[in-house]
Design a protein around this ligand. Structure first.
Ligand code: SF4
Ligand code: MSK
Length: 661
């Protein structure tokens, strides 16, 4: 019998095989055993009240079929979908709330182990909020910014602040269709209200509120999180690192930070180099302390410090199975509860750190930003103590790949003209000339129901071959990083001729790692800046750009897909549609949303079809903008991109500054 490939990543597959040999179960085995419920998978099950669950199957599967209360299939499917958006928005936004309170604590002098690292970004954000910053103490400005952003969560009327960063036309579309989010918590709360029994039954109306809630995520929670993280820990700029399981060291203490909230991870990075910590590790027989990351906490510390990543969601069990992880801290989101049980078969200590997220079988060391260094040291010492318990068991996989990460909005702007002439002009010109065909945001999770990471890799490779610039985030980035796709050399070897030229001129990889899942908000601000630059569309809608989440699994991915669709970007998700049961809901999310917003949300399991749809959207947008027809290798005239020598010239003239951009 032909062997089923569970992960498209060679090293991951080796560990899975080692696990099979040693009878160690992973998510891949459970995915094989537990097939999705065919009713719930397509949105055809309502369990909103206890008269049900009402299942729309068999003779009860028509659009007109009704649950006991009379709810139709489109009502049920759209209600289920709205609840997914609300949950995803809540996750990103509650993370953002934590960041905002940390900023407030830092500004008020209560969290003394942290500081404002990027003052320039603080001023930029203060500017968006019309908060005076000239001549004021930095901490006063930071306090005003924190208080104002915290207000965005509980605001009852008006609109959330960062919507004003979108192009005017994009904002007008939101107003016209009544989807301007008022306050983040209000939209999530209203979503839960509207979807409880006997409230909102109109699928289109329910889905419009879904878009409003999703906008509260993208232009609210996620954007707030990205900005505050940059202010506190620095706005990313390119950094060299490594990825895959080979980042773990046989002779050092391996401590992994996993989850999404970067505050503890940042402070662990800061104290792991302290001589006392290193001496402690040496006293336990190790040569030093080696930090690594997993999922989006990994992306945060990779982007800012070059801390290596062991990969995304489906790699978390496999990392433990190397036998080399002495401790793994988990904060929240995308943490498989399976790791606590799995860790018992090895020596790994799992440490939960958030008061919101505990796990039977794990050690809990609650993080408190007021005692940050003390807690970080406690965790590092626990990992060092456990080094001595390391056994021989484990796959001990050693391959790793180079990575260039750290592409923030600000850096991409800077690299196109230096600090004094930063702009998006060269990129717009390259798109206008057909040198770059368009852009794709390749985002979302990796998934054990497909050869994990394989869809990301296939699409990333095919897109760059077709001269499409790829902006990646989250586990999409991890999928590319762990096979060596995030290097400038990739452009030379694989990108189409136009994209290759652009990448070589600027010195960037053709796949730009933009950060964690909340950092999809960077793509929104980049698209807004490109609209403001001129020559393409004057709003986000109509740009030759597409979003793709080929292996999504999380409700957060659904919220992200919807805020892109509402902002004017066609989005294609892989896998089975969670609204497939209702033709009407599918029509609304594709045709109706496209008419209103020029964005849409498709679900398509076949990666070849995803690619074809994305290229088709890009080419049609080029045609509508009356841009030169894309033909590989045939370019029009355009401004020459600034090369490295010219940029260095500008830098020589620049004064020392805080932040690079
Ligand atoms: Fe059934 Fe209506 Fe209750 Fe849903 S809300 S479970 S359709 S009775
Ligand atoms: S970690 S949400 S699996 S991207 Fe952000 Fe990865 Fe998806 Fe979690």
């Amino acid at each position: 019998m032909e062997k089923v490939v569970k992960s498209a990543n060679k090293e991951a597959e080796q560990i899975i095989e080692w696990g099979e040999l040693h009878k160690i179960e992973t998510c891949f085995d459970r995915a094989e055993r537990l097939k999705p419920c065919p009713i719930g998978e397509t949105g055809a099950c309502c369990r909103i009240c206890h008269i049900g669950p009402c299942r729309f199957v068999g003779r009860n599967a028509e659009e007109e079929a009704r649950g006991v209360c009379g709810a139709t299939l489109p009502t049920v499917a759209s209600r289920n979908f709205l609840r997914m958006i609300a949950a995803g928005t809540a996750a990103h936004s509650d993370h953002a709330r934590d960041m905002a309170f940390t900023l407030l604590a830092v500004a008020s002098g209560e969290a003394k182990d942290f500081k404002i690292t990027d003052v320039r970004k603080l001023y930029r954000v203060a500017g968006y909020l019309n908060i005076e910053f000239e001549g004021r103490p930095v901490n006063d400005v930071a306090r005003d910014v924190a208080v104002r952003l915290i207000e965005n969560f509980g605001r009852q009327k008006g609109e959330i602040d960062f919507l004003s960063r979108a192009p005017k036309k994009t904002q007008e579309r939101w107003k016209k269709w009544g989807i301007v989010p008022r306050g983040i918590d209000r939209e999530v709360c209203e979503a839960m209200h509207r979807t409880s029994i006997g409230v909102d039954h109109d699928p289109d109306h329910l889905l419009l509120h879904g878009l409003r809630t999703a906008l509260a995520d993208g232009w609210g929670g996620s954007m707030i999180s990205t900005d505050i993280t940059d202010i506190l820990f620095g706005t990313p700029q390119p950094v060299k690192a490594e990825a895959s399981f080979g980042i773990f060291k046989e002779d050092e203490v391996n401590l992994v930070v996993h989850g999404h909230e970067p505050t503890l991870a940042e402070i662990i990075v800061a104290v792991a180099d302290e001589p006392e910590m290193i001496a402690y590790a040496v006293s336990k027989g190790a040569k030093g302390i080696n930090l690594g990351g997993m999922c989006c906490t990994a992306n945060e510390v990779l982007m800012r410090h070059g801390i290596p990543t062991a990969g995304g969601f489906t790699n978390q069990e496999l990392g433990i199975m190397t036998g080399l992880v002495d401790a793994m801290t988990v904060d929240y989101q995308c943490i498989m509860p399976a790791i606590a049980e799995l860790s018992k078969k090895f020596h790994t200590k799992i440490i939960t750190t958030s008061e919101k997220a505990k796990m039977p079988g794990a050690i809990h060391i609650g993080f408190d930003e007021h005692r940050a260094k003390e807690i970080a040291r406690e965790i590092i010492m626990l990992a060092c103590d456990n080094y001595q318990n390391r056994k021989k068991e484990g796959s001990h996989i050693t391959d790793k790949f180079p990575v260039i990460a750290g592409f923030s909005h600000e850096y991409i702007e800077y690299m196109q003209g230096g600090r004094w002439r930063a702009s998006f002009r060269p990129l717009n010109d390259a798109i206008i000339a057909g040198r770059v065909r368009g852009a794709v945001g390749l985002a979302g999770c990796d998934n054990p129901r497909v050869p994990a990471t394989g869809l990301h890799r296939f699409l990333a490779m095919e897109l760059i071959k077709n001269d499409v610039l790829v902006l990646s985030t989250g586990c999409g980035s991890a999928a590319c990083a762990t096979v060596g796709y995030l290097t400038p050399e990739m452009a030379l070897e694989n990108a189409g001729p136009g994209l290759r030229e652009v990448c070589e001129a600027i010195g960037i990889p053709p796949i730009l790692h933009l950060g964690s899942c909340v950092d999809n908000s960077r793509i929104l601000t980049i698209a807004s800046a490109m609209a403001a630059e001129g020559g393409l569309s004057d709003e986000i809608a109509g740009m030759p750009a597409v979003g793709i989440a080929p292996e999504w699994m999380s409700e957060k991915a659904i919220a992200i897909g919807c805020y892109f669709a509402a902002s004017g970007v066609p989005v294609i998700f892989g896998g089975e549609s969670p609204v497939a049961a209702s033709k009407e809901v599918t029509r609304i999310m594709t045709e109706v949303w496209f008419e209103r917003f020029k964005g849409a949300l498709h679900f398509e399991p076949d990666p070849e079809k995803i690619l074809a749809m994305a290229l088709d959207y890009i080419d049609k947008a080029r045609e509508a903008l009356k841009l030169k027809k894309y033909e590989p290798g045939k370019f029009g005239t355009e401004k020459v991109l600034m090369d490295m020598a010219a940029r260095r010239e500008i830098e020589r003239a620049a004064k020392p500054h805080i932040g690079i951009y």
